[in-house]
Write a new protein. Structure first.
Length: 219
């Protein structure tokens, strides 16, 4: 048996014109740690609700690895997170998450992501989110996608709006102990502004089975 025989989700891979997104494996972790430690954002601003990038390098490394292992171990059809490592030319440059809670009933996914600083400003954030949304809508049968970003985070909010999201309220967060606004966004399937390409998807049927989606609910 191979690794994909015992954890079929490892077969899931999305390919776009410039990127490959696949369910994260342990051999992706060293490169992903390097991408995170190289820097993700201006140290003066914290884009994450949990300030994990403020940790010293050794704690950041351990925390990133443990987080990925916890997400994998906790996955069930009722509550799941597909942590897709984003690779360009075979090198990890970030993560695109796709999260479902009570998905069979709610048909709603939430997205979250990060990119190493050197890969930003090239449209890759839009490309990887579009790939994840295409997979969720076209292969999982999602009807709604949600996301959020700090009020000041124009880059993340811009990705959402380019893809068709609309505002869906605000909440207050304090990642560094001082309150600020977190803007929520919502996208319905028919409003998705699709890119001129469609991602090539491998392992969709294995992913559907792992997430408790039978053929009767296939989109």
């Amino acid at each position: 048996m191979d690794l994909v025989d015992v954890w079929p989700l490892f077969r899931l891979t999305l390919r776009t014109p410039r990127l490959e997104l696949r369910v994260l494996r342990d051999d992706d972790l060293p490169g992903l740690v390097e991408a995170a430690r190289a820097g993700i954002h201006d140290p003066a601003r914290m884009p994450f609700s949990r300030p994990w990038t403020d940790l010293p390098d050794d704690e950041l490394t351990a925390g990133l690895v443990q987080h990925q292992w916890r997400q994998r171990a906790a996955l069930t059809p009722a509550s799941w997170s597909l942590n897709l490592v984003v690779r360009r030319d075979g090198v990890p440059i970030g993560v695109q998450d796709l999260v479902g809670r009570d998905f069979v009933a709610l048909r709603t996914v939430e997205t979250g992501s990060w990119l190493t600083a050197s890969a930003q400003g090239q449209g890759l954030g839009t490309e990887m989110r579009a790939a994840a949304l295409s997979f969720a809508f076209d292969h999982l049968g999602a009807e709604v996608a949600t996301s959020s970003a700090a009020e000041w985070n124009a880059a993340s909010l811009g990705v959402s709006r380019r893809l068709g999201y609309v505002d869906n309220g605000v909440s207050r967060i304090a990642p560094r102990g001082e309150a600020e606004l977190d803007r929520h966004l919502r996208l319905v399937r028919d409003a998705f502004v699709r890119p001129p390409w469609t991602p090539h998807v491998d392992g969709a049927s294995e992913a559907r089975r792992a997430l408790g989606l039978d053929e009767a609910t296939r989109p």
